[in-house]
Design a protein around this ligand. Structure first.
Ligand code: TXA
Ligand code: MG
Length: 340
């Protein structure tokens, strides 16, 4: 059931659901989460059930204020503290050493735990209300079925997980892709998942270079968001350089085999696409959408665009490869996994 997050009674209701061991759909600045009391093993088990996610994949625990981190984690290194001080509340998850006796199930049995303080007024309001009822943290993976595109609106969550779930509707998530994940359980910070904070900004804030997982000599822990195939819509996703996209389209037009409907999402040459889609002599099953040319705006619309094209029933989604500059890295990462 989708309810208006602007009404405080709905925030209270959501907090009570959490306290009573039930799940909620929760907006954050990144994507919508499927939340449960992080310290209630049964509630956490129902997250894994509803998502269809393997129970050894650890969840991220969301907290209402920075101090809450000490309830779940210990031996916090100075560079992790610096990251929290700079970016919390915000789209950054830290993997920290877990206290032995808390949130075993939420951590998927690992000795570490993922924690973040989200920068979303509704998420924070629910977390605060829940904390007053004794819920110290809310475990919340993205509210989609395992391996699928993360939801960025309340109706997306309902489409994924059904009518029964209480979903707080706060409109579209401002960031649009999931948080950056930095592993802080080693001597050096290690990037596990890209997002909308750049590696440079992270390194600057913590005073040392944040390493990429592939720069490590010994293996880094696997995050499911780092599986090669993830974030996949139903339609097959193909990435093209700008000219190759044009060539492929021209081929497609020349062949006109029919039947194959294609969704195109491209930044350059929108005029050409406009002309093509306005031409009545071309009976193409092709939908053209213009990709925003700044990274933040593009991330904000990324997952809803993939969902929209899926909903229109296209067989393939052809996407112009985004620029290779650091501010686009999180978007490129999601597109490459979606295309795998
Ligand atoms: O933006 C986000 O992070 C969203 C919103 C809802 O906060 N949440 C999210 O959760 O993306 P999820 O479960 O879809 O992705 C969490 C990722 C997974 O790849 C998981 O493997 C990794 O975090 N992770 C969580 N705890 C971990 C741990 N202790 N060690 C290694 N990886 C961990
Ligand atoms: Mg996810």
């Amino acid at each position: 059931m989708i309810v208006d997050a602007n009404l405080f009674v709905h925030i209270q209701k959501a907090a009570l659901e959490l306290k009573q061991g039930r799940l909620i759909g929760l907006p954050t600045e990144t994507v919508y989460g499927l939340g449960a009391d992080a310290c209630n093993a049964q509630a956490v088990a129902s997250i894994f059930n509803l998502k269809g996610r393997p129970s050894d994949h650890p969840l991220i625990v969301h907290i209402a204020n920075k101090n809450g981190v000490h309830f779940f984690a210990n031996n916090i290194p100075a560079f992790a503290q610096a990251l929290m001080d700079t970016f919390w509340p915000g789209p950054l998850t830290l993997i920290l050493n877990r206290h032995d006796d808390v949130a075993f199930a939420a951590a998927g049995g690992q000795a570490s735990i993922g924690i973040r303080m989200p920068a979303h007024s509704v998420a924070l309001a629910v977390l605060k209300e829940a904390a007053q009822l004794g819920v110290m943290g809310v475990a919340a993976p993205s509210a989609n079925r395992f391996g699928r595109v993360s939801p960025t609106t309340a109706p997306h969550v309902q489409d994924e997980l059904g009518e029964e779930l209480l979903i707080l509707d706060a409109g579209a998530c401002p960031v649009g892709i999931e948080s950056v994940i930095v592993d802080c359980t080693r001597e050096h910070p290690v990037l596990l998942r890209l997002g909308m904070l750049t590696v440079d900004a992270l390194s600057k804030a913590c005073g040392q270079k944040v390493l990429m997982a592939n720069e490590l000599l010994s293996g880094a822990p696997k995050a499911s968001g780092t599986l090669e195939s993830h974030y996949a819509p139903r339609a097959k996703v193909c990435l093209f350089e700008s000219q190759d996209l044009m060539l492929a389209l021209q081929n497609q037009l020349a062949n006109e085999t029919g039947g194959l409907t294609i969704g195109v999402w491209s930044r350059t040459n929108p005029e050409v696409f406009e002309k093509l889609s306005a031409d009545p002599s071309l009976k193409l099953g092709t939908i053209f959408l213009t990709m925003p040319d700044d990274a933040a705006h593009c991330a904000h619309t990324l997952f809803s665009t993939l969902r929209e094209l899926d909903a229109q029933g296209v067989a393939q989604i052809w996407i112009e490869r985004p620029p290779s500059s650091p501010d686009w890295a999180g978007i490129l990462d999601r597109l490459e996994r979606g295309a795998h």
